[in-house]
Design a protein around this ligand. Structure first.
Ligand code: DOR
Ligand code: ZN
Length: 348
């Protein structure tokens, strides 16, 4: 239960249901920063090359655990990257492993390292059918990639062209509509029948496309799906503060080195793993809905994924602090979301 007075807020320790940790020399900093905020996280598989097998997921998990500071019990919940050729047997192996908690759909070309993604779901029917049988959720990057579809419409078109037909064909498949950004997605998830959840990022709750584009291009606000109009942000705020159990935290914290963002062709991704819970607390406070923060960040997600809710708690303190201008990222730097700006909640 949320315990709140004007100075502190204590909630069940949150989990992040959508996190990019990357690999190699940056893992040490990404893992350390995420483990300070979250007890568990669903780890995205879009490495180069992608994590397409249970064997690769097992090895990647070990590399993550090797970076954990000794005072944490952070648990990486692994995922596999779905391709046109993922065999149904791989789903059986994933389930048996006990370490794989979802299969990620990247429509080919939709975002960072999605080239090996699915060209058409019709290539994956047997595998999706096995997922339905095994009760393993499909985690969807919900955007079409058709060049004729405007980038701001790609999520809404995905609902009609991909999601609705897929769910008609496999009504018992567990689906997570990842990082939703539109009123259309919030309403679809609210009203749909069956087993569907959605993650919502801090940036899509805090910002609209003006933050990205007005007064110059602000590359650290560029992520995919791209920030949308204010009416969409308002619909997301409504969805997460209505006590609807289908919506839960997934930061999509996606670090790229400073130079890869501040670039003529800048990479998509906002880095929020270092201060995500403070960002979410800011959102819920602005909405006068702090009593829903715990459900959104610590209860709805585990319930969807059939995981026990954490027993540990965290405390946030009401105090001004400044988000660092940059953070270590291997031998490079990453610019956190809202770098240099002040927040009024701080994780103790
Ligand atoms: O902004 C994003 N960055 N969206 C994604 O879907 C992928 C992510 C990344 O891996 O950088
Ligand atoms: Zn992501």
């Amino acid at each position: 239960m949320t315990q709140q007075n004007t100075k502190t807020l204590t909630i069940i320790q949150p989990d992040d249901f959508h996190l990019h940790l990357r690999d190699g020399k940056v893992l040490q900093s990404t893992v350390t920063q995420a483990a300070r905020q979250f007890r568990r996280a669903i780890i995205m598989p879009n490495l180069k090359p992608p994590i397409t097998t249970t064997k690769h997921a097992t090895e990647y998990r070990k590399r993550i655990l090797a970076q954990l500071p000794s005072n944490t019990d952070f648990q990486p919940l692994m995922t596999l990257y779905l391709t046109d050729n993922t065999p149904p047997e791989e789903i059986v192996r994933a389930k048996e492993s006990g370490i794989v908690h979802g299969i990620k759909l990247y429509p080919a070309g939709a975002t960072t390292n999605s080239d090996a993604g699915v060209t058409s779901l019709s290539n994956c029917i047997k595998t999706l059918d096995e997922m339905q049988k095994q009760g393993i959720p499909l985690l969807m990057h919900g955007e079409v990639t058709d060049p004729d579809v405007d980038i701001f419409d790609r999520e809404a078109v995905f609902i009609d062209k991909v999601l609705i037909p897929l769910r008609k064909m496999l009504p018992d498949l567990k689906v997570v509509f990842e990082h939703i950004t539109t009123k259309a997605a919030a309403e679809y998830v609210t009203d749909a029948e069956g087993f569907i959840g959605a993650t919502v990022t801090p940036q899509h709750l805090l910002f609209n496309r003006n933050h990205l584009l007005v007064g110059g291009i602000h590359p650290h606000y560029y992520c995919l799906p791209i920030l949308k109009r204010e009416e969409n942000r308002q619909a997301l705020l409504k969805a997460v503060t209505q006590n609807n159990r289908r919506f839960f935290a997934g930061t999509d914290s996606a670090p790229h080195a400073k130079g890869a963002k501040e670039n003529a062709c800048g990479c998509a991704g906002c880095y929020s793993a270092s201060h995500a819970i403070e960002l979410y607390a800011t959102v819920f406070e602005q909405q006068n809905a702090l009593e829903h923060l715990e459900w959104f960040t610590a209860i709805n997600g585990p319930k969807f994924y059939n995981l026990a809710v954490n027993r540990t708690t965290i405390t946030l303190e009401k105090r001004d602090w400044q988000i660092p201008e940059s953070l270590p990222f291997g031998s490079d730097k990453v610019i956190p979301l809202m770098a240099g700006e002040n927040l009024t909640w701080k994780l103790v």
